[in-house]
Design a protein around this ligand. Structure first.
Ligand code: ZN
Ligand code: ZN
Length: 172
């Protein structure tokens, strides 16, 4: 199984750049209705200050999904940012942190796996209602033609009020 492990012992006050690349399957990244055809790339910078390590960077990948209006499969790039602080304390076990931006670990910790944070950052970025385009015209509710590709014969007169209320129903 792939993981995105950072060696905390190598991080100095001068900071360093960390790069990771894993396919979604190895990162155990799954979401219903979404595919991840590209590797998950992470670029992080890490710097130590006293007993704290500041980690910040960006995740880049592409997500494939079905448009909620026209049902076409489309791909979109996503670039969620991640940022958190590791606090190294004189403790023997990792401790839960009330603030999600802080991770509390024993000073003796060698490696920290950022996979979970990367997965969460990606999942938060997935749209609730995917649209191939803000202006996607969707499917004709009567004949099912993709109205982005052309008009159909059943497109009613736009001034018809019954059509407007039907359209509102479909937009909801
Ligand atoms: Zn669409
Ligand atoms: Zn039609």
């Amino acid at each position: 199984m792939g993981a995105m492990k950072t060696d905390l012992r190598n991080i100095t006050p001068d900071g360093c750049e960390l790069r990771f690349s894993e396919i979604a399957e190895d990162l155990e990244l799954t979401a219903d209705g979404f595919d991840f055809p590209q590797p998950i790339e992470v670029e992080l910078s890490a710097a130590k200050s006293g007993d704290e390590i500041l980690m910040q960077g960006v995740v880049s990948t592409a997500v494939e999904m079905e448009c909620a209006r026209c049902l076409e499969i489309f791909e979109m790039d996503i670039n969620p940012r991640i940022q958190f602080v590791i606090q190294l304390l004189d403790i023997s076990e990792p401790q839960p942190s009330e603030d999600d931006d802080f991770v509390i670990l024993p000073k003796t910790t060698g490696e920290y796996d950022i996979s979970q944070r990367v997965r969460e950052a990606i999942l938060l970025e997935l749209p609730l209602k995917p649209l191939c385009s803000e202006t996607c015209k969707g499917l004709c509710p009567m004949c099912g033609v993709n109205l982005n590709e052309g008009e159909c014969d059943c497109t009613p007169d736009k001034t018809d009020e019954r059509w407007d209320s039907l359209k509102q129903l479909f937009d909801q």
